[in-house]
Design a protein around this ligand. Structure first.
Ligand code: ADP
Ligand code: MG
Ligand code: ZN
Length: 307
């Protein structure tokens, strides 16, 4: 995190604009309004002339259906119609255009969502799970599942949440599902373990270029629309000062920007209040505290150790 962005000089900016203008002009020149017949057009023309039936092209209606549900474009149809992510579509009898393939587009979206989730600090073992794959029979899971379906409203309403409960009760999993839901509707989200972040910050004090500066850590915590502070209060005692300062400054900025947080913690509500202090607690308002007191530990699996 030592890289600095060089300031853009006016000369550089002007050169960049000039370059872009030229690129746009080139693109315009290379995209004539009436395109030359493609080899496909020629083959189709020959087929039509020889009286044989031309292969049936998908229509605009097909394309619309595939856009709403890319899975409707079957493997067989996809193999037949898609070339390098483009599909030839018949818009009216005898006239066709190339359109982006909905299945390839959906696959690309999936990849970028996964990249964004990983960049958001979400560990793979939480990432792959959806609500449908979890045991959601016990309270408060049904309520939390319903709420995350409306994560956009929650974020714009600046509603923060604290999830308290013992280890293995599913706090992190719920917070990650909320972050995933936020990213899926184009809000930014970040999952941060404050204890670990504080360790990284402390490492930067040694000046070796390792770790992350306090300023960068703060920016990281302020930027996302939804910030998940995972496992609050579990940090080392010797980083407590750094943690407290980061928390104090980040929450102040986030409150001013009306950006909510989700906090997960093994502390009880009373312990958390003491840990955060009245001022930080005030900065998390409006705040809902939900206890994961269903009594199950999902971390205990039946799997036997190989040792
Ligand atoms: N409702 C659930 N049903 C099934 N497995 C769950 C559920 N909630 C969490 N898990 C799984 O149990 C493990 C522990 O959950 P986690 O969210 O890390 O607990 P906590 O953060 O409370 O310690 C994770 O592997 C998680 O995927
Ligand atoms: Mg956890
Ligand atoms: Zn395709």
């Amino acid at each position: 995190m030592t890289a600095t962005t060089p300031a853009m000089t006016p000369e550089l900016a002007e050169a960049a604009h000039g370059y872009l203008d030229q690129a746009r002009a080139n693109a315009r020149a290379q995209t004539p309004t009436r395109r030359e017949p493609t080899s496909l057009d020629k083959v189709l023309g020959k087929l039509a002339a020889s009286g044989s039936r031309a292969p049936v092209l998908p229509t605009s209606a097909d394309l619309d259906r595939w856009k709403t549900d890319p899975a409707l474009l079957t493997d067989e149809q996809h193999a037949r119609s898609c070339a390098a992510g483009m599909i030839e579509v018949e818009t009216e009898p005898g006239h066709s255009v190339a359109a982006p393939c909905p299945r390839c587009a959906a696959a690309r979206r999936e990849v970028t969502l996964r990249e964004r989730l990983t960049a958001a600090g979400i560990a793979a073992r939480y990432l792959d799970l959806e609500w449908a794959g979890l045991d959601t029979t016990l309270a408060p899971f049904p309520r939390l599942e319903r709420a995350t379906a409306n994560i956009g409203e929650i974020i714009t309403g600046n509603d923060s949440l604290v999830l308290t409960g013992p280890p293995g009760s599913g706090k992190t999993q719920v917070a990650v599902l909320a972050a995933k839901a936020a990213l899926a509707v184009n809000f930014s989200a970040l999952v941060v373990n404050l204890g670990r972040l504080a360790l990284d910050v402390r490492e930067s004090y040694q000046g070796s270029g390792a770790g992350i500066t306090e300023r960068a850590a703060l920016e990281l915590m302020i930027r996302p629309d939804l910030l998940v502070l995972d496992d609050l209060g579990a940090g080392e005692t010797d980083t407590a000062t750094v943690e407290r300062r980061l928390l104090y400054l980040a929450l102040e900025d986030r409150q001013n920007a009306r950006k909510p947080c989700i906090v997960t913690t093994n502390l009880t509500a009373a312990e958390l209040a003491k840990h955060l202090g009245a001022r930080n607690l005030g900065r998390l308002q409006p705040l809902e505290i939900i206890q994961m007191d269903h009594g199950r530990n999902f971390r205990v699996s039946g799997e036997k150790s190989r040792w």
